[in-house]
Design a protein around this ligand. Structure first.
Ligand SMILES: Nc1ncnc2c1ncn2[C@@H]1O[C@H](COP(=O)(O)OP(=O)(O)OP(=O)(O)O)[C@@H](O)[C@H]1O
Ligand SMILES: [Mg+2]
Length: 272
């Protein structure tokens, strides 16, 4: 298997994994533990019982009323830097909602998410978008590819948002697509791709910025065994080589078994 491409040229900067193992520069104490990459504190998300209220931010920073529909209920957990975990639970148990809250795509009704030491509740929409683009990769359950862009262009988007040089971005995007076996589909639009192919484009897009933390919602859900296997290998290669933290929602037992920690959700609450 080939190694993941570096977007940093010569690797003068330490990977998060290396950083986690080294001394804390603020104290000089080699034993000082790094704070978790993700901390979730008493997180709750409710929707108004009747109608509407589905947009991001609705029901943000308020108090859940009794008649509201609570889909994430007082959840707390912490994810160490460079670790891997899986979130399991039946359909409708709140997995996608929780992932969206953790990545700052949606706002909680109560509680807090601290991502890489930054409290999301202290950031506005722009601040959250910048933090996401800097450190987060996200693979959506429904892919969310831009329909007017080709596979190659979709993968390039996160790096272009960072102002990277287009020529380098194009080459890296093509390489990533080749590595998920889509080298022959670079110029296809999403509507011209199968579901599993769209999913692999979404994965390549999530990798391109070398995220510190990758949230993936059912990353192998639409893939045949061989392709699912390939995607799993890619995910764990990213974890091993770049110290990327993986937070995966999955029903795939092979995938869940390879993570260091499994969280279970039931009706919006963490059961363990
Ligand atoms: N915008 C919304 N407004 C009202 N209710 C919502 C909204 N979004 C999600 N829900 C409800 O929240 C619950 C949890 O949804 P979520 O998508 O997080 O489930 P899930 O665990 O990801 O399920 P699946 O495995 O089917 O993807 C569901 O019952 C859903 O109906
Ligand atoms: Mg879901």
């Amino acid at each position: 298997m080939t190694s993941l491409p570096s977007t940093e040229g010569t690797a003068t900067t330490a990977t998060p994994a290396a950083t986690a193992a080294s001394a804390d520069p603020s104290t000089g104490n080699p034993q000082a533990p790094q704070p978790p990459i993700l901390e979730v504190r008493n997180l709750t998300k409710s929707y108004p019982a009747r109608g509407g209220g589905g947009s991001a931010g609705s029901g943000g920073a308020g108090v859940a009323k009794e008649e509201d529909l609570t889909v994430v209920r007082d959840i707390s957990f912490a994810v160490p830097r460079g670790s891997t975990c899986a979130i399991l639970g039946p359909s409708g148990s709140g997995k996608t909602t929780l992932l969206g809250l953790c990545a700052g795509l949606d706002l909680p009704t109560a509680g807090e998410v601290v991502l890489d030491g930054v409290s999301l509740s202290g950031l506005g929409e722009d601040g959250r978008a910048k933090l996401r683009n800097d450190i987060v990769g996200f693979v959506f359950q429904n892919f969310q590819l831009l329909p007017t862009l080709t596979a190659l262009e979709n993968v390039m988007v996160p790096m272009e948002l960072r102002g990277a040089v287009e020529r380098d971005t194009r080459a890296l995007a093509a390489e990533l697509l080749e590595r998920v076996n889509l080298g022959g589909r670079l110029n296809h639009y999403p509507a011209q791709l199968s579901g599993g192919e769209q999913q692999r484009v979404a994965l390549a897009r999530a990798f391109i910025n070398r995220p510190r933390i990758l949230f993936a919602d059912e990353p192998t859900g639409n893939l045949d065994n061989d392709t699912g296997h390939l995607v799993i290998e890619r995910l764990f290669a990213l974890n091993a080589e770049a110290g990327t933290t993986l937070v995966l929602v999955t029903h795939d037992r092979e995938l869940a078994a390879r993570t260091q920690r499994i969280y279970r959700l039931k009706a919006g609450a963490m059961v363990e």
